[in-house]
Design a protein around this ligand. Structure first.
Ligand code: NAP
Length: 248
């Protein structure tokens, strides 16, 4: 029970990788609050599932691109649960298009969700974390932010931005015992990758040393490690969870 007495906030936690992270933190004793954008029923069903397993859990509707609402989310959690110990910035979207055809809206929407969202919630948790002199922030980037991918200039730029943000913030808040790290997943089996056909999956597997797509559990386990005391001497790091796709 590595997270007994810890309060965790996970963005985009009702489905996919975020759901896996919420489940893994809850399984080890954390109080979990997660955000979702629009799927209220799915989010509430997951909260019921968590509560029936004995976890204190809550789902909050909050769009990652709503920077003004971020402080309200954090204030609510601090008032209700006494603080925020862990923040996992997981919510992220794609709007894929070759740059030649990419609209300004495709660019802005991805940057606002994937990068500005990380800025606003990280900023909002700093005060309560500094007050406690304890905090773990984990930002979910992507292998695409490291090596690029045709058709994803907006997504790659946002995810590379998350890595720079992670390293800069890690330096700013280390003296307050707040650790900021990033995880760069490769291709993970979620709805985001569900539309890949068998041929595309076969081609992808050829680039992956472990010859399979990852699971949400593969990512969640590494996020939990970074949120745990086992990673107390790690900050500003990027852990790749990609089956050996990228080796640095
Ligand atoms: P996903 O399956 O699309 O996850 C969707 C979750 O995010 C849902 O809870 C959804 O809520 C929420 N969400 C979507 N837009 C949101 C917004 N604007 N504000 C708040 N919540 C929002 O995504 P995923 O594949 O699990 O990806 C999770 C993270 O991992 C992302 O940052 C993604 O870039 C990154 N990643 C994924 C892969 C992959 O292969 N899947 C690989 C590398 C990195 P609603 O249901 O209400 O919309």
């Amino acid at each position: 029970m590595r997270f007994k007495d810890k309060v965790a906030l996970v963005t985009g936690g009702s489905r996919g990788i975020g759901k896996g992270i919420v489940s893994a933190l809850a399984a080890e004793g954390a109080t979990v609050v997660f955000t979702y954008k629009s799927s209220k029923e799915t989010a509430e069903a997951f909260v019921s599932e968590l509560k029936s397993g004995g976890t204190t859990a809550e789902a909050l509707q909050h769009d990652a691109s709503d920077t003004e609402g971020a402080a309200g989310v954090v204030n609510h959690i601090v008032k209700t649960y006494g603080g925020v110990d862990i923040l996992v910035n997981n919510a992220g979207i794609t709007r894929d298009q070759l740059l030649m055809r990419m609209t300004e809206d495709d660019w802005d929407t991805v940057m606002e969700n994937n990068l500005k969202g990380v800025y606003s919630l990280s900023k909002a948790v700093l005060k309560p974390m500094m007050g406690k002199r304890y905090g773990k922030i984990v930002n979910i980037s992507s292998v695409v932010g490291v090596i690029g991918n045709a058709g994803q200039t907006n997504y790659a730029a946002s995810k590379a931005g998350v890595l720079g943000f992670t390293k800069a913030l890690a330096r700013e808040v280390a003296s307050r015992n707040i650790c900021v790290n990033a995880v760069a997943p490769g291709f993970i089996e979620t709805e985001m990758t569900a539309n890949l056909n068998d041929e595309q999956k076969k081609k992808l597997n050829e680039q992956i040393a472990l010859k399979r797509l990852g699971t949400v559990e593969d990512v969640a386990k590494v996020v939990c490690f970074l949120c745990s005391t086992e990673a107390d001497y790690m900050t500003g790091q990027v852990l790749h969870v990609d089956g050996g796709m990228v080796m640095q």
